[in-house]
Design a protein around this ligand. Structure first.
Ligand SMILES: [Mg+2]
Length: 171
């Protein structure tokens, strides 16, 4: 059961994930979470560094879709200035939005990675479909009530994985 929560990879920040490395792995598309993955949950728009990251992906021919459980107002006002397609109220870890994103990109599962900061939504959802998943460190320490609950569960899952030797990355 634990393996459902195990990401394929780990990165400190989304900006550490480069087009070159993705291309080497045959990745043609990214499904990314928004809050605390791309920016702090309370930051309305992308930082210049993040905008440059999106540009680099675009130039490399790697498609990106933002898939967020947050509402339309939040996701649209963040994604539209960047020209990035998005899905709001995604209800991750349900698989419907992930399938919809694959469809939007016209890509196969093997060609796509899921990037997110939460095991219980991003990683679990991606893994249920057999997608590759990259867990990033949350950008902000503060979280909403529901996310705080998820984080507690997450710590338990991560500890259990660590005990079983399933985690190989540096923390
Ligand atoms: Mg998040």
């Amino acid at each position: 059961m634990l393996h459902y929560f195990l990401p394929s990879q780990f990165a400190k920040r989304v900006m550490d994930i480069t087009p070159d490395v993705l291309k080497q792995k045959g990745v043609k598309g990214i499904i990314t979470d928004l809050d605390n993955t791309l920016v702090e949950w309370d930051r309305p728009s992308a930082t210049p560094e993040l905008a440059a990251w999106f540009d680099a992906m675009r130039q490399a021919g790697i498609k990106v879709v933002i898939v967020s459980n947050n509402n339309k107002q939040r996701v649209q006002s963040f994604a539209e200035p960047l020209g990035i397609p998005f899905i709001f109220e995604a209800r991750k870890p349900l698989t419907r939005a992930f399938l919809q994103a694959l469809d939007m990109m016209g890509l196969k599962k093997e060609e796509v990675v899921v990037i997110g900061d939460q095991l219980l939504t991003d990683v679990l959802g991606g893994n249920r479909l057999g997608l590759n998943t990259i867990l990033v460190v949350p950008v902000a320490e503060t979280d909403g009530l529901w996310t705080r609950f998820n984080r507690k569960m997450e710590r338990k899952i991560l500890n259990a994985m660590r005990k079983k030797g399933m985690i190989y990355w540096e923390e």
